[in-house]
Ligand binder design. Structure first.
Ligand code: GCW
Length: 705
């Protein structure tokens, strides 16, 4: 009887492990990898490093045994070490390692005295950890060759996640549950998730995290909270993740009890110096501050007649001696002017060259706000004497939130690869921000995290791919989206070609599909009030700022659709360099995927394919919807490759996405039709609802999280 029970438990265990996975392991699913037994005969290297602990832990998961640890280098040995080790120096790698910096590494196959050895080497333990994860990735994705010759160093020095997490554990624009930072339990209780988080980030090269929301509560800097931050920092440190904090500019007054937070006031400056010193006494490797100031009602230096430069330089001075940095956001749009898209540029371009050398201005990819498609922000290239870092949004605030499958790497690549022409052709955003164009000493990139307490961390299983992609691009901004997708698919699901190929294809099409069923041809901000999930192009709220309403952006009227930003309109085109400004300015040369961003286009304007703009708009919405339906079919065919839990999870989310795509299409087309007065082409699926019914849909956002 007893024996039978054990067998039963064993069988059940097997069934659960093969048929149910909650996604909590992300792409680090070593239990499903089975390397050849004789891959390495043993490993040589210092045991007390995170790199070695990680290797042994994952090896154990893969093979059921640790890798034999020995001081003797044998045939087929894996040798792991820094430049300090005699072994590594004997391989003649020192010069190369110094050039690769403290996070870079090499992985090489070396023949020495009739022995074939695999070496992972770096100047420091940090690089070793990244090297080990690289080797593991090669094993996980079946790419381990017999002759390795890999040299890597990161594109950006600071590769940081921004958590928009509040102290009450709500997450602004978070769709994966509550915040992983358990402020209520800290510092006494340490959640296991902190270490798991650090490990996942290290595996993709992320080396920093801003723990709290840019809409920052002054209390984050209280002594009590700093004790908690210190504990988190301690958990993340072994994985080379530095902690940063978002600060509230009026902290000296609100927290410190001063009568002002004016950055030119001596007491205020001292307050920041003292606070910064206090932080570094507790957290010697603290990274620095992230600041949202004079934006969306938050305080800032302009409250005292000072500039963004005055504000950021005060903080930079406090951080300087400790090696900390200020990431100051350029997301500002005072309620003035004729075009929100121009405002950040207008404010910041005047300050170019006035920032301290430990300041980086953090710029969203587009001039407005993380829309499904925007042209790049003209601040890239517009500021030449100021360091700039891209801010991407990993959380899908404007891209179907926790429900839609949208792989964001193609969107970020579109930004990174965009040529600003600021120093002639080839002045891409990648080169401006990673420092290669101007030889900057500090370079950084930020992604707004999509992480929460949900078992699978990100809500949607495929949203994990966006966390993964951000890290990979921050490490190497020249990677292509297809490679990133394939790595992630193989590690997260399985590496059978019949799975990897269709799923890669689906992921690579998914962003364009979302653009098409939400806001094709350069349309933007047609979202429902405040929650930014569904369509509401008709939205009107009495007394609301005009630039918070969709009509401000789409400008639909009896003539046509779109925002005229040409020289005859708001002239936002002039913020771009030639030849881009001319290309954008002319309706006939403006890329069609941005045409309604830059022009008010007549309904009967002939597009390049001969359709009228109205017909093309209808076909675009329809093709976005058809894509999602195709994704459903692709996924359904994959059932045999995926455990039931994740298969069904994705399947049901795709169903919501298809439903939402119909909703977007019907709502936008029926609404715009009230202006165009033209029929919806008969060869596409026609709206079933009346516009009046669609307007009545009330969203309960809880059901969409
Ligand atoms: O996209 C908007 C969001 C706000 C966010 C703001 C910002 C953190 O709707 O929720 O606030 O941008 O980036 O500061």
């Amino acid at each position: 009887m007893y024996k039978r029970l054990i067998v039963c438990i064993f069988v059940l265990g097997f069934i659960f492990s093969s048929h149910a996975e909650d996604g909590s392991q992300l792409w680090l699913r070593f239990h499903s990898v089975h390397p050849q037994k004789q891959l390495f005969s043993g490993v040589t290297g210092t045991t007390a490093t995170t790199a070695m602990t990680e290797l042994q832990h994952d090896w154990m998961e893969m093979t059921g045994k640790p890798l034999y640890q020995t001081n003797k280098i044998e045939n087929n040995s894996l040798v792991i070490g820094t430049i300090q080790s005699r072994n590594i120096r004997s391989f003649g790698l020192s010069k190369e390692l110094i050039q690769l910096g403290d996070e870079g590494y090499v992985i090489k196959t070396i023949q020495q005295m009739n022995k074939k050895i695999t070496v992972i080497a770096s100047s420091t333990d940090k690089g070793l950890l990244y090297g080990v994860f690289h080797l593991l990735r090669l094993i996980q994705t079946d790419h381990l060759s017999q002759n390795l010759n890999i040299s890597e160093k990161p594109s950006y020095q600071v590769r940081v996640l921004n958590h928009w997490d509040n102290l009450d554990r709500t997450v602004e624009r978070g769709y994966a549950g509550r915040s992983i930072w358990r402020w209520d339990e800290l510092p006494g209780k340490i959640s296991l998730r902190y270490k798991a988080y650090a490990r996942a980030n290290a595996s993709i090269g992320i080396n920093g995290t801003v723990l709290n929301n840019v809409n920052a509560a002054p209390e984050i800097l209280s002594d009590t909270n700093l004790q908690k931050v210190k504990v988190i920092a301690g958990e993340l440190r072994p994985y080379n993740i530095k902690v940063y904090l978002a600060i509230n500019f009026s902290s000296p007054a609100k927290l410190g009890g001063l009568s002002t937070s004016d950055p030119m006031n001596a007491q205020v400056r001292d307050w920041w110096k003292d606070k910064t010193n206090e932080i570094y006494r507790m957290i010697p490797d603290f990274g620095g501050f992230l600041v949202k100031a004079n934006s969306e009602g938050l305080p800032g230096p302009q409250d005292y007649g000072r500039t963004h430069a005055d504000g950021t330089n005060m903080l930079a001075d406090a951080l300087k001696s400790h090696g900390g940095i200020v990431m100051w956001r350029a997301f500002v749009y005072a309620p003035t002017g004729d075009d929100r898209a121009k405002l950040a540029y207008e404010e910041f371009v005047l300050l170019d060259g006035q920032f301290r050398d430990n300041v980086i201005i953090q710029v969203k990819n587009g001039p407005i706000d993380f829309q499904p498609r925007e042209p790049f922000s003209p601040l890239f290239g517009g500021l030449k004497k100021t360091k700039l870092m891209p801010e991407f949004q990993i959380t899908q605030e404007y891209l179907g939130q926790g429900n839609h499958l949208v792989f964001l790497s193609p969107m970020w690549k579109e930004c990174l690869d965009a040529d600003t022409y600021c120093n002639g052709a080839g002045s891409t955003i990648a080169k401006i921000t990673d420092g290669t164009l101007y030889g900057n000493k500090i370079s950084a990139i930020a992604g707004v995290a999509n992480i929460g307490e949900d078992p699978n961390w990100c809500g949607h299983h495929f949203a994990q791919a966006n966390w993964y992609a951000f890290g990979r691009l921050a490490w190497n901004n020249s990677l292509i989206s297809k490679q990133i997708a394939q790595e992630w698919i193989k590690m997260t699901f399985c590496s059978s070609d019949s799975f990897v190929e269709p799923i890669t294809d689906m992921m690579l099409r998914s962003r364009e599909a979302a653009v098409d069923y939400m806001m094709p041809l350069g349309l933007h901000h047609l979202f429902a009030w405040e929650h930014h999930y569904g369509p509401q192009p008709w939205c009107y709220i009495q007394g609301a700022r005009p630039d918070w309403l969709p009509s401000y952006y789409h400008k639909a009227d009896s003539v046509g659709l779109g925002f005229d930003r040409s020289t005859s309109g708001s002239n936002a085109v002039s913020q771009y360099y030639s030849p881009l400004r001319e290309v954008y300015n002319d309706l006939s040369t403006c890329p069609e995927n941005l045409v309604l961003w830059f022009h008010h286009v007549p309904w009967d304007y002939r597009m390049k394919n001969g359709f009228t703009m109205w017909d093309e708009l209808c076909y675009k919405y329809d093709s976005g919807l058809k894509e999602v339906r195709d994704f459903q079919k692709i996924w359904d065919k994959m059932e045999k490759y995926v455990d039931t839990q994740r298969f069904k999870g994705v399947q049901s989310k795709l169903r919501i996405q298809a439903h939402d795509a119909v909703w977007w299409k019907d709502a936008c087309l029926l609404y715009f039709q009230t202006f165009s007065k033209r029929p919806i082409p008969y060869d596409i699926e026609r709206p079933v609802y009346e516009l009046g019914d669609l307007k009545k849909i009330k969203l309960n956002m809880k059901s969409h999280n």
